[in-house]
Design a protein around this ligand. Structure first.
Ligand code: ACO
Length: 316
């Protein structure tokens, strides 16, 4: 027994920041950001809490799947972190929903949604769960260096959720990792008097070119392996839903796979990169737009800091 996708939901912060506004912060341009990344705007937290966004996304997914909070057997939150290191974001979502089930956060960076699907699959396989809520949420604006134009233009904030139920919709899932510091965020310095070195920058740091190369390889080889393992022809895939990091990464992978860009579901233009949120956010948007139909074959393919990667094939 694996799982079916029962419903989706999402919630974004109210404040939308367009590329042009960023020119007030540092030397950049709407043209540079669009040409290099495809991003036009992103939503940024002002006074919202990450947990508030996550709870709103979760409530929408419960409503859309006809599931009550009492029916949930597990809550998984792929995230870099909620509003506290502890309690976990998942426990705050549990409280916000009034659910009684176990709840935990997991960090596989931008691959977190696919990793959470892997954990959920295990829960269904051993009869541990009939309904699992996966809520991805991040406030990446909090961890960026807003003096660094090469990273702060790329990311956004938000939350997206899915409810999974017993079924045989999941056809394939593979995850992997290849350790690297190409994208890293050091832990808090703290004020321990015995600690020798306290001068680390606790902001996101990135080797853009190395991440770019890893991402194109991970996305194209992940989708190719998934198609080979399941026997689906490229034409049978309704959409590849890739992690939304950079439109150029997606275009390069599409070219390598010899698949048309029309088969790649994208919304990075309006949201930037929201880490593990990006795949369920595209799913929710495409559901709401009526672009997905029962029986569609979907390929989720993610890559992220760690480095981590994961691909799943799901028949809706
Ligand atoms: N505006 C204007 N100029 C900029 C900006 C900006 N926002 N950012 C960088 N530049 C400049 C650089 O300073 C550099 O100037 P120089 O030539 O005078 O030194 C020039 O643009 C070119 O910089 P590159 O880093 O070589 O630009 P590149 O074409 O590689 O694009 C980018 C940079 C967009 C970051 C690209 O490397 C990339 O997308 N990498 C993938 C990173 C990524 O997606 N990370 C987040 C996702 S990670 C994840 O989700 C797993």
């Amino acid at each position: 027994m694996s799982f079916d996708l029962l419903g989706t939901g999402s919630c974004l912060p109210a404040r939308c920041v367009k590329n042009d506004e960023l020119t007030q912060l540092f030397d950049t341009s709407d043209e540079w950001i669009r040409m290099r990344t495809g991003i036009e705007e992103r939503h940024i937290i002002t006074d919202e809490q990450v947990a508030g966004l996550a709870i709103a996304a979760a409530k929408a997914a419960l409503r859309n799947s006809g599931t009550s909070a009492e029916e949930l057997d597990y809550i998984l939150c792929p995230t870099l972190g909620g509003d506290y290191i502890t309690p976990s974001l998942a426990c705050m979502v549990q409280q916000g929903l009034g659910a009684k089930c176990p709840a935990m956060d997991m960090n596989a960076a931008c691959s977190g949604f696919v990793y959470a699907c892997d954990i959920a699959d295990g829960l269904f396989a051993r009869g541990r769960a009939k309904r699992v809520l996966v809520v991805a949420a991040d406030g990446l604006s909090r961890i960026l260096d807003w003096n660094d134009r090469s990273t702060s233009v790329l990311f956004g904030d938000g939350a997206a959720a899915v409810v999974l139920g017993e079924g045989d919709g999941l056809k394939y899932l593979a995850v992997g990792s290849a350790p690297s510091l190409a994208l890293n965020l050091p832990f808090l310095n703290g004020n321990c008097p015995y600690t020798a070195k306290k001068d680390r920058q606790t902001v996101l740091q990135m080797d853009g070119r190395e991440v770019y190369r890893f991402a194109v390889d991970a996305l194209s080889s992940g989708v190719a392996s998934a198609l080979e393992a399941t026997g689906y022809a490229k034409e049978e895939v309704r959409f590849v839903v890739p992690h939304q990091a950079n439109l150029r990464i997606i275009e390069a992978a599409a070219k390598r796979l010899r698949m048309p860009m029309e088969q790649f579901a994208c919304n990075i233009q309006k949201n930037g990169n929201i880490s593990a949120v990006s795949i369920p956010l595209v799913l929710d948007e495409f559901m709401n737009q009526g672009r997905l139909h029962k029986g569609d074959i979907l390929v989720f393919s993610a890559f992220g800091a760690g480095m981590t990667a994961g691909t799943a094939v799901l028949q809706w």
